[in-house]
Structures are given as C-alpha cells and as structure tokens.
Design a protein around this ligand. Sequence first.
Ligand code: NAG
Ligand code: NAG
Ligand code: NAG
Ligand code: NAG
Ligand code: NAG
Length: 316
Amino acid sequence: MLLFLSVCPLIFGLAEGTLFRFDYAYHQEAEGWLKLHRIPATWKDAYLNCYYEGAVLASPENESLRAALKSTITGQQSEQSLQSCGIFTGVHATFGKGAYFSVEGIPLSRMPVTWAPGEPDNADNSEDCLLMLPNGTLADVNCSDVYPYVCYRKKQINMPVLNVCGTVDNGYTFESSIGSCYKLHTDPLNWTRAFVACAHEGGHLAIINSKLELQLIQELYNKSYSSMVAGKYQRNIAFLGFRNFENHFLWMTIHGQTLKEAGFDEWSKGQPDYSGGRQDCGALLKGGLLDDNFCYNILPFICEKLPSSLLGYEDY
Ligand SMILES: *[C@@H]1O[C@H](CO)[C@@H](O)[C@H](O)[C@H]1NC(C)=O
Ligand SMILES: *[C@@H]1O[C@H](CO)[C@@H](O)[C@H](O)[C@H]1NC(C)=O
Ligand SMILES: *[C@@H]1O[C@H](CO)[C@@H](O)[C@H](O)[C@H]1NC(C)=O
Ligand SMILES: *[C@@H]1O[C@H](CO)[C@@H](O)[C@H](O)[C@H]1NC(C)=O
Ligand SMILES: *[C@@H]1O[C@H](CO)[C@@H](O)[C@H](O)[C@H]1NC(C)=O
C-alpha cells in the first residue's frame, strides 16, 4: 500500500508531461512544453529539428516564455557550457536583413528584450540570428554558428491526444499484425535529412523484416499516394532504413544488420544496379521491391516507430 501511494503521484506527475512527448517537460508559466537540445546545431538545423518533433524553435515572445527559457538554460540539469554560451532562439532575420521575427511571426519589437552589452552589432554584416544568454539578455550571432536550443510546443485547447503510436502526429498508422507504426512522408527529403526527420519524430527510417511487413508498407503506399508528392519529385520510390557500406555489396540496415539478417532482402528486378555512380542508399519501389538510389536524391520516405513512446528506446 505504501508503495502504491508513493508511486501514484509520480504517475500523475508524468501524465501531464507525457501528453505531448515523453521527452518534453510541461511548463505552467510557458503554457506549453519545452525541450532543451544540448547538442549544438546551426540555426536552420535547430529550426528543422523542432519542426520534426512537432514543435517550434522557442523565442522569448513574452515575459513568461522568456522566464521559462532562462530557467531552462540555468537549471540544475544544464552543463557549464550551456550556462556560459546560451541558446539559439527562434528570432531571426534570415528572410530579410534586419527584419527580426520569431519563427511564429511575432516581430521583435513586441518582445521583452534586453540586449547584452555591445549587442546587437551585426558583426561583419553576417549576423541574422538571436542568441539568448543565461541571464536572459540577447545577442545577434551568425546563423551558421552552432548553439544548443530549446523547442516549444504550445498547449492548445484542442490539443491532439497521444495516439497508439505514442505521438500526436496522426500521420502514423498502427499495424497490429506487426506491432509497428508507419508514416509515409510525401514531403520529400534526401536520405540523410529523412533519417533525421524520422529520428525526431521518435522513430527511424523503416526497416522491412518480413514479406508481411513489405505487404503492409505497400498497402500504405497505395492508399496515401497519388498527387501528394510535391513538384517534380518521384512518386514511385521512397527511402528506407538501409544503405550500402562498402563496395556496393554490403547492404546493411540502420540497425546494423545485413538485409538477410533483418529478414527481407528481395531486390527489384535488376537492382541494385549502381546506375550512374554510387547509389548507396536504400529505397522501395511502389508496387515493387528494394532499390538502390542516390543518397542526395530528394524522395518520399517511410518512417517506422514503436507504438508506445513510453518505451523510450526510439525517442530522440
Ligand atoms: C507567451 O507566448 C506563448 C507563445 O506565443 C503563448 O503560448 C503564451 O500564451 C504567452 N503567454 C502569455 C502570458 O501571454
Ligand atoms: C548578461 O550576460 C552578459 C554576458 O555574460 C554580460 O555581458 C551582461 O553584463 C549581463 N547582463 C546583465 C543585465 O546581467
Ligand atoms: C557567417 O556564416 C557564413 C555562412 O556560413 C560564412 O560564410 C561567414 O564566414 C560567417 N561569418 C563569420 C563572421 O563567421
Ligand atoms: C495497389 O493498388 C493497385 C491498384 O490501384 C492494386 O492493383 C494493387 O493490388 C495494390 N497493391 C497493394 C499492395 O495493395
Ligand atoms: C541532404 O541535404 C542536406 C541539407 O541540404 C545536406 O547538408 C546534406 O549533405 C544532404 N545529404 C546528402 C547525402 O546529399
């Protein structure tokens, strides 16, 4: 009984935090969820990483968000480097020199701003992104420099609920016969970007482990595919989670197995063909089998995810 009592508050405590994602913490004052990314990234990568997590690169849009960001940087959990360097905010002038807005479109003039001494200085006319220092003051820096950053997800009245796939993203569908969730991305990316996008969604580029899984993925492909792929990009090839490691003969999954070990190694007719140079990244032909493709090609891709994000293994 005692154990039970002591466990309950923990469960309830977690519940609010996990309404969005297990790796985000709810901040009452910010009226939403925040996640500190400790690994420094360029501003653009930070922007994209937050986007693929279903959030936005956080900006000190008002006093409460500013206070929440500040406490995230200076919190007990944060390292020395963070406490001296600060974080990228979502406030930028990358659309036009000198016109600063948050990524949500709030102008800098509407935010509570205190500049660090000597800032902003637009040094060498090369600084279009804003950094928040640990004491909450701002400085402009080069967007190509790398800094830690914080992603923010506002709590909405009609907040989508976590689905069986452990995400608020209903692009994921659960396949009970396999026990995995899948999402076909019709917003095409190159293989490396696709890998990162799946990772930030809490999953990985899909790995086919059986004929049954191939069939389910092909059905998904069939269902959600027609005119959904933008522009001139190919519609009948999607990236998967395997690639060539050496001499075009060592094809392995992103989880370190050969295709045979993973359980499915059937190539489309004539593939891998190494056509036109190094086609080192794995893909799937619509209605077909495996294909080799250029890693830099920009293609649709398929992510796979464990159903319960609470398992934690796959979440980034
Ligand atoms: C502060 O800004 C955030 C982000 O726009 C918003 O969700 C929140 O409601 C705002 N808080 C106040 C007190 O205005
Ligand atoms: C904030 O930190 C910067 C950088 O360490 C420092 O130069 C500045 O004086 C501080 N400002 C305030 C108001 O504490
Ligand atoms: C700022 O970033 C640009 C783009 O990478 C780079 O060319 C430039 O040298 C950087 N400027 C400074 C002062 O570091
Ligand atoms: C995909 O759709 C085509 C017709 O549109 C159908 O012939 C084919 O059997 C479907 N494949 C799967 C795997 O559902
Ligand atoms: C994919 O695109 C990103 C961003 O444009 C680039 O940095 C990366 O090198 C590209 N990857 C490949 C394999 O071309």
